[in-house]
Design a protein around this ligand. Structure first.
Ligand code: ATP
Ligand code: MG
Length: 300
C-alpha cells in the first residue's frame, strides 16, 4: 500500500513555471536533495522525504488519490481538476495547507482586437478555446451565458486567428502573449497562486509531525521573504512619527547612540519591503544611516 510508505512523498512540477520556485522553497525549508533530470524521484538525504517530479496536471489527482502526501500546484489546475472529478463522482478531497508566494497568474477571457465586446453577454453562442473547460463552464453558468467549447491543451492563443474559435479563456500574467496574438483581455474569471496541498488520507503520527514541521518552516520562509530588517538613526523628537512609517514594526528596539543624546538607533523588523518613497519620507523626518536588509529565516 503506497500511502503507508514511511517516507513523505511530495509531488512537484518536473519542469515548467513552478518547478524552480517549488524546489527553492523546499531547499529553504532545509530539505536537502539533488535532482537528476532523467529521474522521476529525488530522495532527500537528510529527512524521510521523496520528491516526485511530474507534469503539473497530474499533481492534484495524485494528492486526491492519496498516491502522494503533499503537492505544490497552481490553484488554477487544482480547481479545474476538482470540478472535473466532482462532475464525474470521483474522489476530489484534499486540504489546502496554504497559498504560496509564487505562480501568480489569472485565467481570463480574451477576444480579438476588432471584436466589439460589451460584457460577457457578447460571447453568447460563440466558440471559446480553452484548456480549462470546467472553470470556464462554472463561470459562464454563473452568468447564464451559453457558449461552445473548443478544448485545446496548448496554443490556445492562436485559436481565433486560426479560425478555430471566436475568443479564448487562457492564463495571463503580463498580457504580452495576448498582445502578440492580437487579442485583448476582457474579464478575469479566476485568480491563481501556487499552493501546497495535503491528501485527505489519514497519516501516521510520525508523518503528520513531519508535514507540520515542513508547513511551519514554509510559513517561516515566506514570512522572512516578505519582511525586512531595518536599521536607522532617528532624532528623539520625531521617533514616533518615524516608527509609524515602518510597515508592521510596532515594537522596534530603540538604542542609545554614543555621545549623542538627541538621536537614537532604531532596529525593526518590517512586515513589508521599505520603498524609496518611504525612505525619502524618513529622511525628511531627520532619519539617517537607513539600512534595509533581507531576512533569511524567521520563527516564533
Ligand atoms: P507541464 O508540462 O508540467 O504540464 P504546463 O505547460 O502545463 O507544464 P506551465 O506553463 O509550466 O504549465 O505553468 C504551470 C503553472 O504556472 C500554471 O498552471 C499556473 O499556475 C502558473 N503560471 C504562472 N504564470 C503563468 C503564465 N503567465 N502562464 C501560464 N501559467 C502561469
Ligand atoms: Mg500542465
Amino acid at each position: 500500500n503506497q500511502s503507508s510508505s514511511q517516507r513523505l512523498r511530495i509531488a512537484i512540477q518536473k519542469s515548467g513555471r513552478l518547478s524552480k520556485d517549488s524546489q527553492k522553497l523546499l531547499k529553504s525549508c532545509g530539505v536537502k536533495f539533488n535532482v537528476n533530470e532523467q529521474r522521476l524521484i529525488a530522495h532527500a538525504d537528510n529527512m524521510p522525504i521523496d520528491l516526485l517530479r511530474v507534469r503539473d496536471d497530474d499533481i492534484p489527482g495524485l494528492v486526491m488519490d492519496g498516491v502522494v502526501d503533499l503537492g505544490i500546484i497552481g490553484e488554477n489546475v487544482l480547481e479545474e481538476e476538482q470540478i472535473e472529478r466532482e462532475s464525474l463522482g470521483k474522489d476530489a478531497a484534499y486540504t489546502k495547507l496554504r497559498q504560496l508566494d509564487f505562480g501568480a497568474c489569472r485565467l481570463s477571457l480574451a477576444v480579438p482586437n476588432e471584436f466589439d465586446y460589451r460584457d460577457s453577454g457578447s460571447l453568447e453562442g460563440l466558440r471559446l478555446a480553452t484548456s480549462y473547460p470546467n472553470l470556464l463552464r462554472r463561470y459562464m453558468q454563473s452568468k447564464g451565458i451559453v457558449y461552445k467549447d473548443c478544448m485545446l491543451k496548448g496554443s490556445v492563443e492562436v485559436a481565433p486567428r486560426a479560425g478555430l474559435a471566436d475568443g479564448i479563456c487562457d492564463l495571463v500574467s503580463t498580457g504580452a502573449t495576448l498582445e502578440a496574438n492580437g487579442l485583448y483581455e476582457t474579464e478575469v474569471i479566476f485568480k491563481s497562486m501556487a499552493c501546497i496541498i495535503q491528501s485527505s488520507v489519514p497519516q501516521s503520527d510520525a508523518k503528520q509531525a513531519l508535514i507540520d514541521k515542513i508547513l511551519s518552516r514554509v510559513n517561516g520562509v515566506i514570512r522572512a521573504r516578505e519582511s525586512k530588517y531595518i536599521l536607522l538613526h532617528a532624532p528623539t523628537d520625531t521617533l514616533n512619527e518615524i516608527v509609524a512609517l515602518l510597515p508592521g514594526a510596532e515594537n522596534p528596539t530603540v538604542l542609545p547612540l554614543n555621545d549623542d543624546t538627541n538621536r537614537v538607533a532604531i532596529h525593526a523588523v518590517s512586515s513589508e519591503d521599505l520603498f524609496w518613497d518611504t525612505m525619502e519620507e524618513l529622511t525628511k523626518l531627520g532619519a539617517s544611516s537607513i539600512l534595509v536588509m533581507p531576512i533569511e529565516k524567521m520563527m516564533g
